[in-house]
Write a protein that binds this ligand. Structure first.
Ligand code: NAI
Length: 459
């Protein structure tokens, strides 16, 4: 099928960057990204590129190059569906917060709404592409909804999961390790492969059946998260045995069977995907009565929760078993550097725990707004908004966050944290001045020389 117009439903962290890169590499295609969220679409259309709803290095430049040429952002979902030959579904698939599968299964209501909308609006044949991360066999449900419209339209369904990592999304999209396309219809697969083929070598475009493609995405995230939990499990042992996690990581990572990436121990992984996708995998395994398989993967999340908790416990214990009334300066709120995404960030859970112990928290993050920080905390529902506001303030400078603080907690690995005047910070903090480096970011010997009591992970 010849594709000239593409619609992408969902203008989020995946839909926005992915379509911007496809538009950049395919100037002859018209791409419209649609969303029900007007505020988000307005932000994508803002002439001030610093106001784009998503921060990713290199994204603003590509949007600037393509927007209103062959890339459009709109809330007119029906028109975009109607005029397009190919429709990507890139909406959120969060963990269910109600009913059967609560806290485990993926909530597919947004996906189903998209499928029903496509079925209602479409007047010509379409290729429908699952871009969202979905439980294996979701294509069956989408197919059933689309094919029961009775209007004779031919829908081809493809699975094309996204493997980008936030913070490096543009680089990942420009130079992907692979592009995965699962489907039944060879012609539909080739239509999509041709679009990627304008910049991705064909040998990196894998064609599989739909179910392998759907399951590969959940599996990839489970494997990545498992590496983090594995090294974090060893970090706790290091702290008790004088082994050093950085040395252990290096030593095992040089084994080519293991490899060096994703072996950095930390306060725990965050982000919207790892936990959600593993819990979903666990739920799927349980639904097939594969209890050992489910227990195996669930342990990755259990270990991660333990790591976050153990970080705040250690901080409290070191501060003479109480943080009540003490100022804790937090550096970083985003779940990783180079993104403004805070979903499931370890900082939220550490702050919540410290607030339970009546700490006074002051947060600085280079890319996350004060209102976002407060709303993340309020979302947990642990205490009233007023109480959160009283216990946690966010400020526009790291020096303000750390002035008169009893301890620094480093939550995100932003590069700029390394460049601060740590001697000045030391002079302005209460003594003894503690650093709890949840990312093993700073130079331990330098910090100790300045006078800090420096605690990192696994050392
Ligand atoms: P997001 O929450 O940033 O964006 C989703 C967007 O879809 C929202 O703006 C929402 O308003 C919109 N939406 C929801 N229902 C809609 C509907 N019926 N019609 C129109 N718009 C609708 O989510 P994000 O992070 O972009 O994730 C999307 C999918 O991609 C998820 O399944 C996620 O698991 C997957 N994914 C995410 C990655 C990431 O790094 N964030 C990486 C790879 C996959």
């Amino acid at each position: 099928m010849l594709v000239r117009k593409i619609c992408c439903i969902g203008a989020g962290y995946v839909g926005g960057p992915t379509m911007a890169v496809i538009a950049k590499k395919n100037p002859d295609l018209k791409i419209t990204i649609v969303d029900i969220n007007k505020v988000r679409i307005n932000a994508w259309n803002d002439s001030d590129l610093s106001k784009l709803p998503i921060y990713e290095p290199g994204l603003a430049e590509i949007v600037d190059d393509t927007r209103n040429k062959n890339l459009f952002f709109s809330t007119d979902i029906d028109t975009a569906i109607d005029e397009s030959e190919m429709i990507f579904i890139s909406v959120n698939t969060p963990t269910k917060t109600y009913g059967v599968g609560k806290g485990m299964a993926a909530d597919l209501k947004y996906i189903e709404l998209c499928a029903r909308n496509i079925a209602k609006v479409a007047k010509t044949d379409k290729i429908v592409v699952e871009k969202s991360t979905l439980p294996v066999r979701t294509a069956e449900a989408i197919k059933s909804i689309l094919h029961n419209t009775g209007n004779g339209i031919d829908f081809k369904i493809l699975s094309n999961p996204e493997f980008l990592a936030e913070g490096t999304a543009i680089q990942d999209l420009l130079n992907p390790d692979r592009v995965l396309i699962g489907g039944e219809s060879e012609a539909a697969i080739e239509s999509l492969a041709q679009i990627y083929g304008t910049w991705v070598p064909q040998n990196k475009i894998l064609r599989t059946n739909v179910w392998s493609s759907e399951l590969s995405k959940l599996t990839a995230n489970a494997f990545l998260a498992q590496r983090v939990s594995s090294i974090n499990a060893i970090s706790e042992l290091c702290e008790l045995t004088e082994a050093n996690i950085e040395e252990v990581s290096k030593a095992i990572g040089m084994d080519s069977r293991i490899g060096p990436k994703f072996l950095k121990s930390s306060v725990g992984f965050g982000g919207s995907c790892f936990q959600k996708d593993i819990l979903n995998l666990v739920y799927i395994a349980r639904s097939y009565n594969l209890n050992q398989v489910a227990d195996y993967w669930e342990q990755v999340v259990i270990m991660n929760n333990h790591q976050k908790r153990r970080f705040s416990d250690r901080l409290i214990k070191t501060l003479y078993n109480t943080v009540s009334g003490k100022k804790i300066g937090m550096l970083g709120w985003a779940f990783k550097k180079d993104t403004n995404d805070t979903r499931e960030s370890a900082a939220i859970y550490v702050a919540d725990h410290l607030l339970n112990e009546q700490a006074m928290i002051s947060v600085y993050d280079p890319k996350v707004s004060c209102s976002k920080i407060q709303s993340d905390l309020n979302y947990l529902g642990t205490r009233t908004e007023a109480e959160n506001y009283e216990g946690l303030t966010s400020v526009d400078s790291p020096y303000k966050a750390l002035n008169e603080a009893h301890a620094v907690a480093i939550m995100t690995e932003w590069d700029e944290f390394k460049t601060y005047d740590w001697e000045k910070i030391y002079s302005q903090m209460k003594k003894p001045a503690f650093i709890f480096d949840g990312r093993n970011l700073l130079d331990k010997s330098k910090m100790s020389q300045i006078g800090f009591e420096y605690y990192s992970i696994g050392q």
